[in-house]
Ligand binder design. Structure first.
Ligand code: UDP
Ligand code: MG
Length: 199
């Protein structure tokens, strides 16, 4: 494990980014069905960690309620464990990295660079409308926290997208459209070039 000359292949990672309510979770479920990836939502892993009664639970819960970003160390540990437990070698990492520090820490700890970044671009009014109508019983899906999450997204998460943009790794999708129309575009991004048949 991890020794010099180890020929073990690194897993394929796609970061799925976009504002709250941009459709990351919905589209990831469809990518899983069609392309055999394992979907890891950082937010879902953090919520499961709260429910498990871990010693970090209260801290995580408070941060989520305020729309703040949980320390990288905590999130990365959960992601690493989920990757190991999955038995798969292809991952959609949804809602992470959320800031520059998340990004740098993930690369430093795992030595994994994403194959590409799938970015769901959606106007704020549409994201707000979706969150307020989805009723998943989430403590952070209220207008006050939503506004905070939008602010954190613009200030901290968009710079991560810009970083990968500068490396030519961003695949941007117009996420304001209906689910199936968005997925048509997503599907083309995940389909290997030589399998795309011209009509
Ligand atoms: N969160 C975090 N780090 C992550 C992912 C999520 O701190 O890497 C926290 C953060 O407080 C965020 C909340 O979990 O506002 C909900 O994240 P999730 O991705 O579930 O929300 P979404 O953007 O999909 O609506
Ligand atoms: Mg989500």
């Amino acid at each position: 494990m991890g020794t010099a000359g180890d020929s073990e292949k690194k897993p394929t990672v796609v970061f799925v980014l976009g504002g709250p309510g941009s459709g990351k979770g919905t589209q990831c479920a469809k990518i899983v069905e069609h392309f055999g990836y394992t979907h890891l939502s950082a937010g879902d892993l953090l919520r499961a960690e709260i429910r498990s009664g871990s010693e970090n639970g209260t801290m995580i819960q408070n941060m989520i309620k305020e729309g703040k970003i949980v320390p990288s160390e905590v999130t990365i540990k959960l992601l690493q464990k989920a990757m190991q437990d999955s038995g798969n070698d292809k991952f959609l990492i949804d809602g992470f990295p959320r800031n520059e520090e998340n990004r740098a820490a993930f690369e430093a700890v795992t030595k994994i660079e994403p194959a590409f970044v799938l970015f769901f671009d959606c106007p704020e009014e549409e994201m707000e409308r979706r969150i307020l109508s989805r009723n998943q019983g989430r403590e952070d899906d209220n207008i006050e926290t939503i506004r905070k999450r939008f602010k954190v997204f613009l200030e901290s998460s968009l710079p991560v997208v810009e970083y990968y943009e500068s490396k030519g790794k961003v695949r941007k999708v117009d996420a304001a459209k209906p689910i199936d129309e968005v997925f048509e575009v997503v599907k083309a991004i995940f389909t290997p070039k030589d399998e795309k048949v011209a009509v």
